[in-house]
Write a protein of this length. Structure first.
Length: 83
């Protein structure tokens, strides 16, 4: 059985009947839409989706910073006032 990462779940057929009602009922919480009792997709409010995208972007920046810090011995010192 698949793990469901949502507080609410609904069958695909019930979801198709009235997606707007599902969104209203869930509020800001994610909803797992199930097909044959397995998650087919997750429905999330725009606010939550934006937060997820921002978190992923922040993680990418952290990884980039760590990679650059690992190469700091190869860095060339410059004077920013002379640019």
């Amino acid at each position: 059985m698949d793990t469901i990462y949502a507080d609410y779940s609904i069958s695909m057929s019930e979801f198709k009947k009235n997606p707007a009602r599902v969104l209203r009922t869930a509020g800001e919480k994610p909803v797992a839409v199930l097909n044959h009792n397995r998650p087919a997709f997750y429905m999330v409010a725009p606010k939550l989706f934006e937060a997820l995208i921002e978190e992923l972007s922040d993680r990418d920046l952290v990884n980039l910073a760590r990679a650059r810090l690992a190469q700091k011995d190869e860095a060339i010192e410059v004077d920013i006032d002379q640019i």
